[in-house]
Design a protein. Structure first.
Length: 470
């Protein structure tokens, strides 16, 4: 791996081209823009572009509806980004309003069903009784009470038989008994106190209950069935609304999300009067291509400068990789990515790590196993360490041939060895040791030479910058 050579691009354009240029900017993968605040904070008269995003509210509302109703609204890549935000918002609001109307009707129906179910629960204890709620509850001179009383207190009701009230058992259970009593208006407070002492719990009969308990039960159940069926119809209408408007919603959402990125990219635009500019870095080989692409737009000018052409900016580090050393970048990044002017040690690390690992772990059989396990870990689990293992296995097999070892056995190796591929004899151990020591010393010297070269290069560059500022 190595650090890619970069160029600094200064893109100047008129303020009337904000949207078009930012839209092109967000589609560039090979361009690294710099924050406009780096320039605006140091130069008077410059400012950072800051416009209110008109798409943010619409996006939030669409995502709220998507999550609430589990709609299949996705942010897909769109080529056409022209949209009338007012018309789009109107279309969306009209659909939401129609959905809310259906939801409000459903809530009213659900409320009615709950009330009916509560009444049905009470009326089921009064079936087969000759009560007429309309005539009894509308009496002008009598009070009628319905409720329940502990069954154990029924015998106590007989103690008050001399009082002026009529008592009727509607449904007798083991623990509770549903009942009712009738009393005149003037005696109602006294009789209510008596039944209260007997733990009588009054049940309010809703105004929508009419006729006998049997008739009322039938009507309420029919009402609930009708309400539930109509709720299904409302759900179907709501789903049809979503299905009809889903393509339009996907279009509005995708375009709005893409245009929102242009407002997020405002932080890269430096404004000075009626002119604006964007500064950023790209690879040297891509600079002319990006310049030509931007200058196709009217009144847009792009200037290519050296990567170190502006002291306010620090060039980013872009690492270029090759097949062998790429996985070893994880070891280098553990200590931090080198700066643009530094040397990328990834290739050196890959070579030395592989060489030393092969020397210490040289075995043909175990190297093949390491290659298989590493390949599976990288392909199936995406583990970078697995890719490292594949490279290390090459050195293991090579040094395994040198050592004559297959799963720790040197005798087995003799069956497959050829005159060109024979293990070292034990008498050559000192020779092998000297080769290893010499290789290690050579690698250390190479590293020292690279370090001296980089330090000299840095000092020359700092001196050049100092003279340039003076």
């Amino acid at each position: 791996m190595a650090i890619a050579k970069l160029k600094l691009l200064e893109i100047e354009f008129p303020s009337t081209q904000y949207d078009a240029l930012l839209l092109k900017l967000i589609n560039l993968d090979d361009f690294h823009p710099e924050l406009a605040s780096k320039f605006a904070d140091s130069v008077q008269g410059l400012s950072v572009l800051n416009r209110e995003n008109p798409y943010a509210g619409l996006i939030d509302h669409i995502e709220e509806i998507r999550d609430k109703y589990h709609l299949d609204i996705k942010n897909s890549d769109v080529d056409n980004v022209r949209i009338n935000i007012i018309q789009a918002d109107t279309d969306f609001c009209n659909m939401v309003e129609a959905v809310k109307k259906n939801e409000n009707v459903k809530k009213e129906l659900e409320k009615m069903i709950v009330e009916n179910e509560a009444a049905i629960t009470q009326l089921e204890h009064m079936i087969n009784s000759d009560i007429d709620f309309d005539s009894m509850l509308n009496c002008k001179y009598l009070k009628v009470r319905f409720g329940r009383i502990p069954t154990s207190n029924l015998e106590k009701v007989d103690y008050y038989s001399q009082y002026p009230f009529l008592f009727k058992i509607l449904h007798k259970g083991k623990k509770e008994t549903y009942c009712g009593y009738i009393v005149t208006l003037d005696k109602a407070p006294e009789i209510d106190n008596i039944f209260s002492s007997l733990y009588f719990e009054q049940i309010e009969i809703p105004d929508f209950v009419h006729g006998t308990p049997d008739d009322a039960l039938q009507v309420l159940k029919e009402e609930n069935d009708t309400a539930r069926n109509y709720m299904k119809v409302l759900d179907e209408r709501t789903q049809a609304l979503f299905n009809d408007n889903l393509p339009r919603l996907n279009e509005i959402y995708s375009i709005s999300k893409k245009l929102t990125k242009t407002y997020d990219a405002q932080k890269y635009v430096v404004v000075f009067g009626d002119t604006a500019a964007v500064y950023g870095f790209c690879e040297e080989k891509k600079a002319n291509e990006i310049k030509a692409d931007f200058e196709k737009m009217d009144h847009v000018h792009v200037e290519i400068k050296p990567a170190n052409g502006d002291s306010r900016l620090t060039p980013p580090t872009k690492l270029t990789s090759n097949w062998f050393s790429e996985p070893f970048s994880m070891f280098v990044e553990m200590y931090g990515v080198p700066s643009y002017t530094d040397f990328d040690p990834t290739t050196l690390v890959a070579i030395t790590y592989t060489f030393l690992f092969g020397m210490m772990y040289g075995d043909i059989g175990q190297g093949i196993v390491l290659a298989i396990v590493g390949y599976i870990a990288y392909k199936w689990k995406g583990m970078q360490l697995g890719a490292v293992g594949v490279r290390l296995s090459i050195a293991c097999v090579i040094f395994g041939c040198v050592f004559g070892s297959i799963f720790g056995s040197e005798d087995l190796f003799q069956l497959f060895a050829t005159p060109l591929l024979l293990p070292l004899e034990s008498s050559n151990t000192m020779t092998l040791l000297m080769i290893a020591v010499g290789t290690g010393v050579a690698l250390i010297l190479i590293a020292m030479i690279f370090n001296i070269y980089i330090n000299i290069k840095k000092k020359i560059w700092v001196k050049h910058c100092f003279h340039k500022m003076v």
